[in-house]
Structures are given as structure tokens and as C-alpha cells.
Design a binder for this molecule. Structure first.
Ligand code: SF4
Length: 914
């Protein structure tokens, strides 16, 4: 019989290449030398025996000319050359597999087809899953016959599909005399049932199978049936020294392949630890479970793809879920908060402890009972505490999100049966508020989203997610996660998808995504933008409601009104699908501004003043070794600039990402927020008129904005609210521009310290910019000649583009030879256009991590005004030269330049220039 057992690569051993044989023989010898009684040897011997056996069968199978699904086979071979499994089956291939299973040519074909059906179809509400569930139901009900799949088998296979399209059929089958018991068994471990819970509950009044299911859910059998959390784990260490950011795990230039986890994982570490993937593979082939160890792990963007890649290399296959792994162990001296959460959500185990005694190749024991890390010779290397307390349950459940969904199903069933809340699960130790407890602004906003007066730091809570954003390099992954979560309709009030990261220079995978993703989003009643519309945040901010909470799959999702907690695509999908999100409430740091801005000083200088003054106060260090960062994982709460427009305020909240903060708030006046909302209502009405979908979702948001405007009121912090630190900044003390220097957003310096540095390219664009910045740059460039410097200009949205064209600024940009890009992220993301390698750059964008916007580029970050002047001069100006140009060209035109887009005051609003 053909061996269809999946291998470590996730595809059947029958499809492995013969070229591995020599390697496998060496591997066998190597392991034999290490110790004949070692259990890993036995496992490997079995694997090699069966792999070789199945290859023999597969060759026979091919020689007999029985290969079906020819195109798929070619694809399998192509991927095999790369050492990765094929993509999951498309709906068309799934249909073909099902049809062929009704009349397979012989046993070998039958076994192979069955393997494909069971293991290679994505679960949940993937379209292929729909085809699979429909066919299995036909087999179960006798409408279709297959020699390979009996009616009972069909119910069993339906039970492995996690939820979604299989659920309705299983619920119906509960009524079947023959198959009802089996259907009940299948549903007992299915937790993604959503509204079908009510159907099962109703049926349980008259149907014993349904009653069994409800009882099982109430007793948490979906959880108790899983293996217990281990007492200890034996692991082989793969360690990377220093800081490993998410771009090291998931390089931006490979963003196109993110949804294809095995393919994307090939690029893991390519510039930071290029030998890593091979070393990990070797350790695994020796039979070890591998721990990824680093000093500082997962800083930078909130990339789920980073975690996916790590899990792919160190994790375990998930039965019936193609091309995805979990249960990997990540050990870090420090693990960045979002990466930590993403690992929890991915069913991995993040452990923070002293890693100085661990080196690549060490075999260690993680002893969870004693909380110690030992070498295999018994030497204790360090101690650790598993945090959060619920981590054991999360790991056992296959991830934090599984645990939340399953736990809520159990409690729902218990409540329906009149039982108390289950004590099966570990409960978090939430801090208790004191009488008259004072709360910060962020604590009040999150409290409101949880139905409480406030939420104290350290509280594990589940705030309502009013707005969720998704951008295009993570969008396809979010879509996959939504399918896995069996989401057919968003429960969040507003889910918005942008195309800003891929619109300018789409790869063929992007083109496909531009066509398919909008429908996927709008079918679920989300709002889809269009390629070329512009940057996610410049749009999403315009769809917000005051004092509400949201999230987004882009680490710069930093609402200027309300608060957002950016997250990986798994959590974003969860927030979109379920309308709430798990959150361990972070502490806050208060940044208090006072005084007045000096002439020539911009908001970007204020942004850079935060790290500048934090360094002076000893709250932040630039050095990586023993780095101090008071903002890391905390909420930055800013006040003292109440008259900012909301568009301006975003420059400050946006930059909280560079501080590695979990979120940010800014106290604004009700007038500023009201102005913004009125403008946004006009924009949303125009979107509906122009055919943007899902129109009802936009209508509902307009209604909610109008409701707020009827009685404008904003939450305010209590006077006695407590903060991890308070940083006071007197704006009068900022006397010259401040820049972030290469290549660290925390390495801020005064302009006078770096004046005269040659600059080859400048970029005015990104979500840090608004229309005022482009007008200011235009005024500085007006009447000037082509400079030597390459100048890039990218307005954030098409509305900015239209207005700038209307006001004649585009002709100024062309006069000085600027390369003007379509609205979107452009250079900022570095996955599309890039600066020339090894150049010096001044940019208005958000980040300047190594290689982000150009290989070996040295990137300074500063204001649009400074960037425009530098573009003309080809070097960073002296403070006097800077002030001189500002006084001549910007200050006299201030009123005209710093005027923001007020769609409600534009008469007939147009979204484009035409
Ligand atoms: S402009 Fe830059 S920071 Fe902003 S969303 Fe795009 S890539 Fe991210």
C-alpha cells in the first residue's frame, strides 16, 4: 500500500526524492554511533524504512502511468526541489480528487487521493474546504458512493476540518440513526461552531447525540482530550546573538511570499543568520526538537510571517492543516511583546530567561516544574518563570486563540446547562481596583471597551474591537487565518483592507491578490480600498470613532483618537472575526508637553524630541547591549498639545511604533475631533457614492460618528492616575531640528551635530506625512533647479494627490526632477522601490532599520521641511541655513501650507484629480 503518512516536510513520504537516500544512510550511521538504544534512532529507522518503501511504491505508481492531477504533480516536483511541500489544494483540485475517489483506478491511486483529501485541503471556510465538506456529506448521506470512503469515514474526516463548512453537515448528521453517534464524536472536539451552538443546544432537548455534544463542550473534552502540558522538554539550541528583528525572520523584500509559509520561511535569516535554516534542519534530522534562542527576539514590525517562519523551522506539523506548524519553543533574554503574543497565538512556547549560558548545539532541558534550564549533564544554566500564568493552557490548546474560543464555548455550554463557570482552565491573576481607583486615559478607553470604568495594567482582558485594519502584505495571511477561524462575517464593527504596500510595483502574486482580496473582505462585510488609494493609516484614521479600541496587522496602526494595539495577522483575524481581542493591559508612560514651539521647529522634531529627552533622563539608551527603553511594551500617553488637528496628532502616535510601545494615546480637544469627524463623514459618503463596499458598514460608521457629534465628549485621565514614568518636555527647549540617525530610530541627534553630512537621496512620504508636508516641500522647491540629489515624493492618499495637483504642486515637483510615486507606502516599506545600495538618505518615513529601504543605506529620519531643504543642498544643512530657508519660503506661507483636508468644506468632494 502506498504510504501516505506526512513527513516533516508536510508531504507524503511517497513524494520524497530519491536523492535523499545517500544522505539518509549517513544520517542513520551517525545516529547509530550516538547510541543504539536511543529512542530517536528507532524513530529515524522507522522513518527511513517507510520513506524508502513508499518511494518504491511511488515509482511503481508512476511507472504504471497512474499519476493523476498532472499539473499538481509538476507543482509537487517543483516545490520538492526547494525542499518545501506543495501548496494546499485549490477548490478545483479538491473537486477532482473527490470525483476520482468515487472511482479510483487502483489501491495506490486511492491511497494517494485519500491522503490529499485528508491532509492537503486547508480547513475552515477555505473554498476548497467547502468542496470537501459538501462531497463528504454526500458520501455520509449515501448520495455518492466511494470505495475509499465509507459513510462512517466521511463523518470522521468531517470531524477533522476544525469548523466552518463541515459544522452544518455534522449538526444535521446528529439526527441520523446510524451516524449520529459518530457525528457527536466529531463535534465534541470542534470548537469553531459560532451560531451552530444554538442549533445543537436546541436539538439537545430532543436528541441524545446533540445532548452528548453539549455536555462534552461543557466538560471541556475538546481540551481534556489533548496531551497534558509536559513536565519538561529536551531541546537542542539554535542561538543567534544580539537583537533579531522581525525583518530578520521575514525579510520585507520577500513580502510577496508571506502567505505561502514554507516558501517564505526559506528566506528566514538570509542576511542575519544565513546558516540558520540548515543548522536547525540538521538538528531536527538528528531527532531533536529545536529551541530558537536569542538575546532580544522579535523587535520591529508586528509580522505574523516572522513567527510563521520560525514555527515552520522549529515547530511540529498540525494534523489536517497543510503547510502550517506550531508548538515551537522560542527562548529569549527579551522577547518583543507583539512577537511574544504572536508566538502564544501560534501555539508556540515563548520563554523569557537569561540566555547567556546557552549556545548553538547545546542540548538543554526545560524543566517546567522546577522552573530551571539545565544542560543535559545536569548543570543548571538559569531559572525561569512561565508567564503569563495561562501559557500552559494556551500551549496545550494549540494556541492562545484556540484556548479563548474553546474556553468560551465551554462556558457557554455550562451556562446553558445551568452550571457554574468551569474551573478546568488556569485563571489569570488580575489586579483589583482600589476604591476610587484613578485611571489613565488609555486605561479608561480600554475599560470602556470592556464595560468597566477602567482597566489596570496587568489585567488580562478582552476589549471590544470597534475598528480593525489590514494591509496588503499581511492581508492574504489574515484572510487565511479568517478562513481557519471559519469567519463568514466580521463581528467587529468595521474591518478595512488597504493595498498600499504593493500597489506601485505589484508582483504577479500581488496582482492576483488585488483581484481576489477585495471580494473576500466585502463578502464578510468589511471595507476594501483599491490599489492606488493610499496608505492604510491615512484612511483607517478617517474611519475611527473617538474613545474606542481597535487593532491592525500593521505595526503603525496607532490611532490618533481612541487607542489601537497592533498585532500579528492571526490576532487581527481573530479581532475581525470575533469582534474582541485578548489583551494583557500594558502599563503607561506619560509624556507631558508644555511651552510653545519655537519658529522653524516642526512636529517631527517633537516626535524625535521624545527619545532625545528620554535619553537625557536616563529612560532610554541607544546601545543594544543592556538596552534600556521605558517605552518598550508600554502605552505612550501624550498630552499638552490639545490644539493639534487629528491629522497632525497621528505623527506623534504613529511614531510610538519606533519606541517599541504597545500603543499610544494623545489628548486632543473636542473641537479638533469634531472637525475631523465631520470631514470624515463627508469622505465616507463620497466613498459610498463612488461604489466602495461594504456600503452598509460605512453607513453604520457614519451613523455612529453622527451620534458622537450630537453630544461630543471625550474621556480624560484622572488626576491621580499612575504611570511607569512621566517624561516632561518643554517645547521651548527644542531649538533646532532633531533627526534620528543611521540606522536606529532611537539614535537621535541635533541637526548641528550632523550638519554637512552628504545625502544622496531624500524621500517625502509615508504615513508620517500629511498634505501640509507636501505643500511645505513644494514651497521650498519652488523656482529651484534640478539638484544632484535624487528626490522621491509620495503622497499618502489619492485625495492628497488630487489636492496637490489642483494646487499646482505637482508641476513644482517635476521642475526639480522629483520621482513622484503613486499614493501608498512606496520607499517606506522597502519591498517595492528602493534607494540605491550604500547611499546616505534623509527620509520622512517611519523606520530606519538596516537594509529596510535600501541595501546598506544609511538613513536619517527627519521632518519634510528639513528633507526638502536637504534635497536641494545635497547635504544636511547648518541650522542657520535651515532657518534661513524656512524663514524665506515656509513661514510667510504658513497659513496656505498647514491647512488640512476638510472634505466637508470642499463643496463637491472628489477623491481623485479629474
Ligand atoms: S507608510 Fe511605512 S510605516 Fe506607514 S503603513 Fe506604509 S510601510 Fe508602514
Amino acid at each position: 500500500m502506498l504510504n501516505t503518512r506526512p513527513t516533516n516536510c508536510g508531504y507524503p513520504v511517497s513524494l520524497l526524492s530519491y536523492t535523499n537516500e545517500v544522505h539518509q544512510t549517513n544520517q542513520l550511521l551517525f545516529v547509530l554511533i550516538k547510541g543504539i538504544f536511543h529512542i530517536e534512532i528507532i524513530k529515524i529507522c522507522f522513518k527511513i524504512y517507510f520513506d524508502n518503501e513508499s518511494k518504491k511504491l511511488y515509482t511503481e505508481y508512476k511507472n504504471e502511468g497512474l499519476v493523476m492531477l498532472k499539473e499538481y504533480e509538476d507543482h509537487v516536483q517543483e516545490r520538492e526541489k526547494l525542499g518545501i511541500p506543495p501548496l494546499p489544494l485549490s477548490p478545483e483540485l479538491t473537486k477532482e480528487v473527490c470525483e476520482k475517489l468515487e472511482n479510483p483506478a487502483n489501491q495506490k491511486e486511492q491511497d494517494y487521493l485519500l491522503y490529499l483529501l485528508k491532509e492537503r485541503v486547508a480547513p475552515g471556510v477555505d473554498p476548497a474546504s467547502k468542496v470537501k465538506a459538501e462531497w463528504l456529506n454526500k458520501v455520509a448521506t449515501g448520495e455518492v458512493k466511494s470505495p475509499a470512503v465509507s459513510a462512517e469515514d466521511a463523518v470522521d474526516i468531517l470531524g477533522t476540518m476544525l469548523g466552518g463548512y463541515n459544522v452544518q453537515y455534522l449538526v444535521e448528521l446528529l439526527k441520523d440513526d446510524q451516524l449520529g453517534k459518530k457525528a457527536a464524536e466529531a463535534l465534541k472536539t470542534t470548537i469553531l461552531v459560532y451560531d451552530a451552538f444554538d442549533d445543537v443546544l436546541k436539538l439537545s432537548k430532543s436528541n441524545s447525540n446533540a445532548k452528548e455534544v453539549i455536555t462534552s463542550w461543557a466538560e471541556g473534552e475538546w481540551f481534556t482530550s489533548k496531551p497534558d502540558f509536559p513536565k519538561e522538554m529536551k531541546l537542542k539550541v539554535y542561538k543567534v546573538e544580539g537583537e533579531i528583528n522581525t525583518d530578520d525572520f521575514s525579510p520585507a523584500k520577500h513580502a510577496w511570499s508571506r502567505p505561502d509559509i514554507p516558501m517564505h520561511a526559506l528566506a528566514m535569516g538570509e542576511s542575519r543568520f544565513p546558516e540558520g535554516n540548515e543548522t536547525i534542519k540538521k538538528f531536527r534530522e538528528e531527532g531533536y526538537k529545536v529551541a530558537f534562542v536569542g538575546d532580544v527576539v522579535g523587535t520591529g514590525s508586528s509580522r505574523k510571517s516572522a513567527c510563521n517562519s520560525v514555527m515552520w523551522h522549529i515547530g511540529e506539523d498540525i494534523p489536517n492543516v497543510p503547510n502550517k506548524r506550531n508548538a515551537g519553543v522560542v527562548i529569549g533574554g527579551l522577547i518583543a511583546p507583539i512577537f511574544f503574543n504572536t508566538t502564544e497565538d501560534s501555539g508556540g512556547l515563548p520563554v523569557m530567561c537569561d540566555v547567556t549560558g546557552m549556545n548553538t548545539g547545546d542540548v538543554i532541558i526545560l524543566d517546567f516544574e522546577k522552573g530551571e534550564v539545565r544542560k543535559d549533564d545536569g548543570t543548571v544554566l538559569t531559572n525561569f518563570e512561565l508567564k503569563p500564568k495561562t501559557l500552559r493552557d494556551e500551549y496545550k490548546a494549540g494556541g492562545r486563540l484556540n484556548l479563548i474560543i474553546g474556553r468560551s464555548l465551554t462556558n457557554k455550554a455550562r451556562s446553558a446547562l445551568g452550571m457554574d463557570e468551569s474551573d478546568l482552565f488556569i485563571k489569570p491573576d488580575n489586579p483589583k481596583p482600589k476604591p476610587g481607583q484613578a485611571y489613565s486615559l488609555a486605561q479608561k478607553i480600554v475599560g470602556k471597551a470592556c464595560g468597566e470604568a477602567g482597566v489596570l495594567p496587568g489585567t488580562s482582558c478582552e476589549p471590544k474591537m470597534t475598528t480593525v485594519g489590514s494591509q496588503d502584505t499581511t492581508g492574504p495571511m489574515t484572510a487565511d487565518e479568517l478562513k481557519e477561524l471559519a469567519c463568514l462575517k466580521f463581528q467587529t464593527d468595521l474591518f478595512m483592507q488597504s493595498f498600499c504596500h504593493t500597489a506601485a510595483y505589484p508582483k504577479s502574486a500581488d496582482v492576483k491578490m488585488h483581484k481576489s482580496l477585495p471580494d473576500f473582505i466585502t463578502e464578510r462585510e468589511g471595507v476594501a480600498l483599491k490599489p492606488g488609494d493610499g496608505v492604510i493609516h491615512s484612511w483607517l484614521n478617517r474611519l475611527l470613532l473617538p474613545d474606542t479600541v481597535g487593532t491592525g496587522g500593521d505595526s503603525h496602526t496607532r490611532f490618533p483618537i481612541g487607542i489601537s494595539f497592533p498585532a500579528g495577522s492571526g490576532l487581527v483575524a481573530f479581532a475581525g472575526a470575533l469582534g474582541f481581542m485578548p489583551l494583557d493591559m500594558p502599563e503607561s508612560v506619560l509624556v507631558k508637553f508644555k511651552g510653545e514651539l519655537n519658529p522653524g521647529i516642526t512636529l517631527r522634531d517633537v516626535v524625535n524630541a521624545i527619545p532625545y529627552f528620554a535619553i537625557q533622563e536616563g529612560l532610554l539608551t541607544v546601545e543594544k547591549a543592556g538596552k534600556k527603553n521605558i517605552f518598550n511594551g508600554r502605552i505612550v500617553e501624550m498630552e499638552g498639545l490639545p490644539d493639534l488637528t487629528v491629522e497632525q496628532a497621528f505623527e506623534l502616535t504613529d511614531a510610538s511604533a519606533e519606541r517599541s510601545a504597545a500603543g499610544a494615546t494623545i489628548k486632543l480637544s473636542e473641537e479638533s475631533v469634531a472637525e475631523f469627524l465631520k470631514s470624515n463623514i463627508a469622505l465616507m459618503k463620497k466613498m459610498i457614492e463612488d461604489g466602495y463596499q461594504y456600503a452598509d458598514t460605512l453607513k453604520k460608521r457614519i451613523e455612529d460618528c453622527e451620534k458622537w457629534l450630537e453630544k461630543p465628549a471625550l474621556l480624560e485621565r484622572d488626576k491621580d492616575a499612575e504611570y511607569a514614568a512621566v517624561l516632561e518636555i518643554d517645547l521651548n527647549d527644542i531649538k533646532e531640528p532633531i533627526l534620528a540617525c543611521p540606522n536606529d530610530p532611537d539614535d537621535v541627534k541635533l541637526l548641528s551635530d550632523v550638519a554637512g553630512t552628504n545625502i544622496d537621496e531624500v524621500f517625502v512620504g509615508s504615513c508620517m506625512t500629511n498634505i501640509g508636508h507636501f505643500r511645505a516641500a513644494g514651497k521650498i522647491w519652488e523656482g529651484e533647479k534640478y539638484p544632484q540629489t535624487r528626490i522621491w515624493v509620495t503622497p499618502p492618499t489619492k485625495m492628497d494627490e488630487a489636492k496637490l495637483k489642483e494646487e499646482g504642486y505637482y508641476s513644482i515637483y517635476s521642475q526639480i526632477g522629483a520621482r513622484v510615486e503613486i499614493p501608498g507606502c512606496s520607499l517606506c516599506m522597502g519591498n517595492q522601490a528602493r534607494v540605491r545600495p550604500e547611499t546616505n538618505v534623509l527620509s520622512t518615513s517611519t523606520r530606519n532599520f538596516d537594509n529596510r529601504i535600501g541595501d546598506g543605506a544609511q538613513v536619517y529620519l527627519g521632518s519634510a521641511e528639513l528633507t526638502a531643504i536637504t534635497g536641494l543642498l545635497g547635504k544636511l544643512p547648518s541650522v542657520d541655513d535651515y532657518m534661513d530657508i524656512i524663514n524665506k519660503k515656509v513661514t510667510p506661507n504658513k497659513e496656505e501650507i498647514y491647512k488640512y483636508l476638510e472634505f466637508d468644506k470642499m463643496g463637491k468632494v472628489k477623491l481623485t484629480y479629474s
